[in-house]
Write a new protein. Sequence first.
Length: 423
Amino acid sequence: MNTFESLESEVRSYCRTWPAVFDRAQGDSIYDVDGRQYLDFFSGAGALNYGHNHPALKRKLIEYIERDGITHSLDTHTSAKRAFLDRFDETILQPRGMRYKTMFPGPTGTNAVESALKLARKITGRETVVGFTNGFHGMTLGSLSVTGNAMKRAGAGVSLPNATCMPFDGYLGGETDTLGYFEAVLDDSGSGVDTPAAVIIETVQAEGGINVASFDWLRRLADLCARFGIMFIVDDIQVGCGRTGSFFSFDKVGIEPDIICLSKSLSGYGLPLATVLMKPEHDVFSPGEHNGTFRGHNPAFVTATEALSFWEGDTFSDEVLLKGQTMGDGLREIADGLDGVSAELRGRGMLKGLAFDRPDLAGLVARAAFTHGLLIETAGPDDEVLKLLPPLTIEEERLETGLEIIHAAAHEVLEGAVEEVSR
Ligand code: PLP
């Protein structure tokens, strides 16, 4: 039995899909201990939007460590934190005319979500929070209460109260207006649904199967929240930080969330960092009312500050949109060439996927792709969606290489399946 099997908990999961021992990584590539190179279409589940060990970020980090810059500081003031707050304000908030205060909870996405839910409850004095079908917000109890996945919810081992689930855009298929239902129950004092403290939404549900909410639906949802005094929380932990082509996933939607959660690629380097942005009038926590030992990790501030350079001007954003187009075209071609199965193209920007009508296929294709040196994961309630999350910084040529591997893997799997049936 190897070290991991004998010493690490059974809860480990990605290592089961990718049975390698990884050792080093650069850009779009990750190498195992035997020196084998893998093209990374996973990007740390969205935590590595600028690839592995980006040279500019690495330089700043090394300089900071070499000069004995503060590593741990709880929430005392540091020069690294000040530099991040100023740069974030200048590069992201001010150009958008956004006025928000920034809170640093513990360094993971679920810490940001927990803080946002507590804050919304404190602001409104109400208890319930509305989440959406197939939403994913993290593994702690509050986040799980607004997460859809049955297996993850069951892991809580306790009931997950104070949350209501509403149908996401498109959940009921065809022309059914899912928001119409939410609106009707809010408007009806006999509906049995209390006015919630907050609504928490991903504009594109990444873990839940790459379900894209339409801009119109999101605008109507924001209007509905405003009408009922409900805090409108956007969880941009996975699809923010540029994944859909602009820094915030809602930049082009024309909405102004009350609260925004960011984490994953915020540090740009895979270092843990999370923020909750709130409108100044919602900044109501008393000092220390929500805290945590690892709030605002200084080395992460250093790389996060440098990563904001990507968002000065529109060049990077335009590149992301173009590469997203390449991904969409490539996947459509793969889907059109598959015999006997149908695969629906989903996604926005550089988060794209294929939803197969045969749920086992996505996992089989991901496994076959691994044998050809590509890391790619699955999403959706039945893992039926092949989910592409390459680094935003990837070269077009490497993007094409990954798409070719997916094409080959899909054909290999389907031909294998045919052989199995005829045997
Ligand atoms: N919210 C969203 C949208 C996520 O995708 C995730 C993680 O995948 C989380 C919250 C939880 O983040 P973390 O795993 O860092 O706690």
